[in-house]
Design a protein around this ligand. Sequence first.
Ligand code: TYM
Length: 376
Amino acid sequence: MTKRIFSGVQPTGNLHLGNYLGAIRNWVQMQHDYEAIFCIVDLHAITVPQDPEALRAATREVTAAYIACGIDPEKNTIFNQSMVSVHAELGWILGCYTPLGWLNRMTQFKEKMQLRKADAEDQLKKIRHELKQYKKGKGRLEELLHFVEIFVEAGIEDSEKTTQAKLGLYSYPVLMAADILGYKATHVPVGEDQKQHLELARDIAGAFNRRYGVELFPQPEPVIQGAATRVMSLRDGTKKMSKSDESDYSRINLTDDADTIAAKIRKAKSDMEPGLSFDVEKRPEAANLINIYSALSGDKRDDIVSRFATSGFSEFKKSLADVAVAHLEPITGEMRRLQADKGYIDAVLKRGAERANDVAQGVLKEVKDVVGFLRV
Ligand code: TYM
């Protein structure tokens, strides 16, 4: 069977170091050994509100980033998802084989809705504690009511968020399964945060195959590799680096210039421990910066730690800034150059969409025949 990669990035602005180290850089390495399809997933992007002009611009920007990072547009297929209607069609079909229970387990959906389950559990604990005190005659009724009020208000807010959230956000992972299965992709290189979505894609492939007793869809293998499969925020080592973080200082964007990169690393959160050591639990910020250093320089984590074991954070950060700028500056420059040439970018996307469509239409035909849709 053809070894085929499928992967994608959402065109939602602020392409960052996490996207690069967790995904795109691995694609660059893998493109030589696989047939590869790289998508700019604009259908996924509209699961949260997008400005139309910004969406178009971001689609071209991500395309430029793929090429600037080293994806060869001649050898590989690069296209934006909405140009190939198979994604939406197959997404619908696969949705009919996906139990709601599977979707309810997806954590990213809950995170995006920002449900405050953890807060609620915390409040409930406080209420129980106050109630106990009150029964013992030690607590005050006002105190108890205060916590009950917060709890109820948070519940109302969450329930409003749930009813306002869009169906697309919920069925997002089914569309992602369609992206992958629509090309019978065998390998999917992604960052660690996409692992659960990939497991779902495997489950859906299995459910469809079993339902009809066929081997139509292969089980796609997640490829999660490298020194930084989960790059964390520069402001909080326990939170993922993300496009949607309000603070621009939490991430290094692929469009940042050298001074900005250096300033962001200088200001990155650190800790008060002397010297450098790697301990994800106790020193999450240091661990994140060491991982980034290792991923960008190619140096082993242990070597980096022993080199800076006795020096302060500022010396380590200075060296990290140098490494980051040396690695990212050529990419940023090339991105800028490519973005100025819209005609070229659009031609790459057009050709990519044609190639992608050829493959995906073939798979969709097979699916339609298996399901029993009449094709006349
Ligand atoms: P998206 O756009 O959020 O992220 C694109 C890729 O970047 C990786 N990534 C990270 N890796 C390490 N550290 C981080 N902080 C970090 N943030 C993001 C993601 O894991 C991803 O590989 N649902 C996907 C897009 C998608 C897709 C697909 C991917 C749609 N269909 C089919 C693969 C196959 C997403 O939102 O990625």
